[in-house]
Write a protein that binds this ligand. Structure first.
Ligand SMILES: [Zn+2]
Length: 283
């Protein structure tokens, strides 16, 4: 390799390394901020004090999880569901929109290892699922959306598994770690247009002797926050071939639904332009 080209390659790998370290440092910073000298309330107490309640099922769309107004959603979805694909879950259940106390709690579970709150939110989510009367208990299997082991090591908590375990406890269903994820760029650090591809590439099914016996069962895939739905779709893509009866998506919160729609309504051109730029960068 000639001089200038070599220098270019070397320079770019150095930049990548620097970016990786910057990312790791940011994650560590978040961990370091962890509840020094502060007493955490009991989760039930925190919920009572804030006046928080899980959403009723008519406050959001059962297919995509978006917040809806009265009468806006039907069995066939809402205005945001038009681009539904086979990769989607049969139904989405959520505790609420990703803002206010729910957002703080999810962040505290994830970045400050407040596992008691994770268990509390998981039990609440399990309660909502049980209240649907759509899942047959003897058919239910709970599957956590996995985290790459590298990130689990760095954070010291697999918050999604904690939530999923609590859901499984309420449903009296087994927890099956069917899925795993390769280390890659976290979804939250990517623009929307790249999340789908990134999620599909990173997700895979664990090997199991004799395969996964999930035929005709009701799978409950648990995640903390749903934003574009790309992660859930990647999970569904790996699970459908196992021929379950239905796949439910169960998330603590749905992010940016109404806010996103409003933003797109106000700046339609800006969004299109950004999408186009991203596509050019990808190819
Ligand atoms: Zn919808």
């Amino acid at each position: 390799m000639k001089g200038p080209l070599k220098a270019l390659v070397k320079g770019s790998s150095k930049r990548n390394l620097r970016a990786t370290f910057a990312r790791a440092a940011a994650e560590l910073d978040e961990l370091a901020g962890f509840w020094i000298g502060r007493e955490r309330p009991r989760p039930e107490e925190a919920a009572r004090r804030s006046g928080w309640k899980p959403d009723r099922s008519d406050e959001y769309c059962g297919l995509c999880g978006s917040t809806v107004g009265p009468g806006e959603a039907s069995k066939s979805g809402c205005g945001s569901c038009r681009r539904r694909t086979l990769l989607d879950t049969d139904r989405i259940v959520r505790l609420g929109a990703y803002h206010g106390p729910l957002r703080e709690w999810v962040r505290d579970v994830k970045y400050r290892r407040w596992s008691a709150m994770g268990e509390y939110l998981g039990r609440e989510l399990g309660g909502v699922l049980a209240g649907l009367n759509e899942i047959e208990r003897e058919r239910a299997v709970v599957i956590p959306v996995p985290m790459p082991w590298t990130r689990r090591l760095l954070r010291g908590i697999d918050h999604t598994e904690i939530i999923a375990r609590a859901v499984a406890g309420v449903l009296d269903a087994p927890l099956a770690r069917v899925l795993a994820r390769r280390h890659g760029v976290p979804q939250t650090q990517l623009p929307r247009s790249e999340r789908r591809r990134n999620a599909q590439r990173g997700m895979f099914r664990r090997f199991r002797f004799g395969g996964w016996p999930l035929q005709e069962l009701d799978l409950v895939v648990v995640d903390d926050v749903r934003t574009t739905g790309a992660t859930m779709q990647a999970a569904v893509r790996r699970l459908r071939p196992l021929r379950p009866r239905r796949i439910f998506g169960a998330v603590i919160a749905v992010s940016g639904d109404t806010a996103r729609r409003q933003r797109e309504d106000h700046h339609p051109q800006k969004v299109t332009l950004r999408d186009r730029t991203n596509r050019v960068t990808q190819s």
